[in-house]
Write a protein that binds this ligand. Structure first.
Ligand code: ATP
Ligand code: MG
Length: 342
C-alpha cells in the first residue's frame, strides 16, 4: 500500500482553510492508502506561543481530526513530539540542507517580516527541514496539503534526492556499490479547489491561524452566531451580481469557492445560482450552509473531547505505530551517514 502523511499545527484554532485545503481531503484517502495524520506540535513553537495552551490545542486538533472523519480503524493519529525520530532526523537533515534553500522560502519571509526580524527564532528558518523529516521518516508517497505548502514540499523532494545522492544509493552505485535509496521522494497532493482559502477581511491574503484578527477566518468550532456575524461583516465589493475568477474581485471568487465546496455543488451550478444575487442574499445562503455543514462536526468534536481516555488511547496507539516506522528509517540514515552503531 502506498503511504500518505499530513498534519496541522496546534497553533490557534483550526479554520476553514485547514479543513478545505487539507483535512477534508484526507478522509477519502484512508480507504486506499496507508495513512498517518499527525499534530505537528514541534512546529507550533517557532513563533512566540502560550505554553499553557499548547497541550490543550494539541488534544483539540486530534479531536477535530476524528470529528472530521479520520477513522482509526484505517488511519493512525499521533503527536509529532511523541515520536522522537522527528527532531532527531531533523538534525541529520540540517547538515545536508544548504542555507540558501531556506532563505528562499516564502513562508519564512512572510512570517519573519510579521514577527519583526530581530527576535525571529532560528527554528522559523529551519522549519522546512523539520517538515521534510516529518514526511521522509515515513517513506511517504503522497502528502495532501494546501497550496501554501507547495514550496516546502518541493524542498522536501530536493532534500530527499540530495541525501539519497550524498549518502545513499546513487553515489554508491556510481562507485560500483549496491544502490538503493534512503528516502522515497514524495509527491504533493494539492486539491483542485480549496487549496487556498482566503481571509474574510482581505481576499488577497490566505486564511491563517496566526493572523491576528479572528474576524479573518471561520474556525471549525465557531458557534452559529459567530459564523453568521463573521460572514455578515466579511469584506465584499460594490459590484452587482456574483462571479468566479474575476481578478478584480478576489473576495467574490473566494466566497463563491467556499460556498461551492461546502454545498458540494459544481462550480457551474454555483455560478448560475449566484450570478444575479446581491451580497445580502448570498451572505445568508453562505452562512447557513457553513452552519449546517459544520454542525455535525462540532457535535462529534464535543463527544470526543469529553472522552479523554479514548483520545489518550488513540494517540498512544498512533505514536507506537508511527515510531516503529520512523525508527526504522532513522536507523538506516544513521548507518548510511557512517555513525557508529549502538
Ligand atoms: P499558521 O498561520 O500558524 O501557519 P495555518 O493556518 O497556515 O497556520 P498550518 O497548520 O500551517 O495552518 O497548515 C495546516 C494545513 O492547512 C496545511 O496543509 C496547509 O497547506 C493548509 N492550509 C493552511 N491555510 C490554508 C488556506 N488558507 N487554504 C487552504 N489550505 C490551507
Ligand atoms: Mg501555515
Amino acid at each position: 500500500k502506498k503511504r500518505v502523511v499530513s498534519g496541522v499545527q496546534p497553533t490557534g484554532s483550526i479554520h476553514l482553510g485547514n479543513y478545505l485545503g487539507a483535512i477534508k481531503n484526507w478522509i477519502p484517502l484512508q480507504n486506499t492508502y496507508d495513512t498517518l495524520f499527525f499534530i505537528v506540535d514541534l512546529h507550533a513553537i517557532t513563533l512566540p506561543y502560550e505554553t499553557q495552551q499548547l497541550s490543550r490545542a494539541t488534544r483539540d486538533t486530534a479531536a477535530i481530526y476524528l470529528a472530521c472523519g479520520v477513522d482509526t480503524s484505517k488511519a493512525s493519529i499521533f503527536v509529532q513530539s511523541h515520536v522522537r525520530a522527528h527532531a532527531e532526523l531533523m538534525w541529520l537533515l540540517s547538515s545536508a540542507t544548504p542555507i540558501g534553500w531556506l532563505n528562499k522560502m516564502i513562508q519564512f519571509k512572510e512570517k519573519s517580516r510579521k514577527a519583526g526580524d530581530e527576535n525571529v527564532a532560528v527554528a522559523l528558518l529551519t522549519y522546512p527541514v523539520l517538515m521534510a523529516s516529518d514526511i521522509l521518516l515515513y517513506q511517504s508517497d503522497f502528502v495532501p496539503v494546501g497550496e501554501d505548502q507547495k514550496q516546502h514540499l518541493e524542498l522536501t523532494r530536493e532534500l530527499a534526492e540530495r541525501v539519497n545522492y550524498l549518502y545513499g544509493g546513487r553515489k554508491l552505485k556510481k562507485l560500483g556499490g549496491r544502490g538503493g535509496a534512503i528516502f522515497k521522494v514524495p509527491e504533493p497532493l494539492i486539491p483542485p479547489a480549496g487549496a487556498r482559502v482566503m481571509s474574510l477581511t482581505d481576499g488577497l491574503s490566505k486564511m491563517s491561524k496566526s493572523a491576528p484578527s479572528d474576524l479573518s477566518r471561520i474556525n471549525l468550532l465557531d458557534s452559529k452566531d459567530v459564523i453568521a456575524n463573521k460572514i455578515k461583516r466579511c469584506k465584499t465589493d460594490s459590484l452587482s451580481g456574483l462571479e468566479f475568477d474575476n481578478p478584480e474581485r478576489p473576495e467574490c471568487n473566494n466566497l463563491l469557492s467556499v460556498y461551492q465546496l461546502i454545498s458540494g455543488k459544481t462550480k457551474e451550478e454555483v455560478a448560475q445560482e449566484c450570478q444575479n444575487m446581491n451580497w445580502g442574499t448570498f451572505k445568508v445562503l453562505l452562512a447557513d450552509s457553513l452552519i449546517d455543514h459544520l454542525h455535525p462536526i462540532q457535535i462529534r468534536y464535543e463527544e470526543i473531547i469529553s472522552d479523554s481516555a479514548y483520545l489518550d488511547r488513540v494517540l498512544a496507539e498512533g505514536s507506537k505505530r508511527a515510531a516503529d516506522i520512523a525508527d526504522a528509517t532513522l536507523n538506516n540514515v544513521y548507518q548510511a551517514m557512517g555513525f557508529l552503531r549502538r
